[in-house]
Design a protein around this ligand. Sequence first.
Ligand code: ATP
Ligand code: MG
Length: 253
Amino acid sequence: MPQNVIEIHGLTKIYTMGEVEVRALAGLDLVVDSGEFLAVMGPSGSGKSTLMNILGCLDRPTAGSYLLDGVDVSKLDRDERAVIRNAKIGFVFQSFNLLARTSAVENVELPLIYGDLGWSRAERHQAAMHALDRVGLKGRENSHPSQLSGGQQQRVAIARALVTEPAMLLADEPTGNLDSRTSEEIMGIFQKLNDSGKTVVLITHEPDIAQHARRVVTVRDGIIQHDEKVEQHRVDLRGIPPPVAPVAAEATR
Ligand SMILES: Nc1ncnc2c1ncn2[C@@H]1O[C@H](COP(=O)(O)OP(=O)(O)OP(=O)(O)O)[C@@H](O)[C@H]1O
Ligand SMILES: [Mg+2]
């Protein structure tokens, strides 16, 4: 039975600052099916980050309900949210957030270590190698972030988000630090993952980037103002050369 990954009704978030109340989300409704590729757009101050924080179980709403992969997470406390977050969501951020002195494969293994899934070291390593292969980084598993381009670093971050097999990938401006060519490449990776069934939710303020999704919702004043299926702008990853193996240290001396 296909299940909604996100089912939100009447989502409200009110920030109280002294006497002043800011209604960041004003009764928002949103349903996202398994396998969708959704982009969330909207002007500054419209409530995107507030929505993202609640979608990602980083914060909870003032009122309204949120079912994530069938689980009501709207009333969970901080610790309970952390457990659900590790199990159900893979995050990708604008600033790749990789550990600098740690190889690509070790970065990707981290959520499996912190997630405490009871996997053996060998199983974690194998899953991380496979996730790197899925984002086109076979051969670069032992490179450190400083030896990788921005796009390759973001691929490592996507592999790290994938490795726990979450119910959805939640990406917050994932191309914000990348040039337009590399942004296309990263959107191609998301498309490839979505083609294979992964649910992707992307927050972006760039219309060009949103066109790579299959559905675009526009948030304004804390509610969804537009919700439309779009003709997906497809990226052909075949035009993108495979990563070159790192030059051996001896050869550069
Ligand atoms: N922690 C907070 N305390 C008080 N008000 C807040 C807080 N976070 C956000 N707001 C207010 O809530 C509203 C929505 O903010 P939000 O950050 O969700 O917008 P946004 O769509 O992400 O904007 P941007 O595109 O600029 O990032 C704004 O009016 C903002 O000032
Ligand atoms: Mg924001």
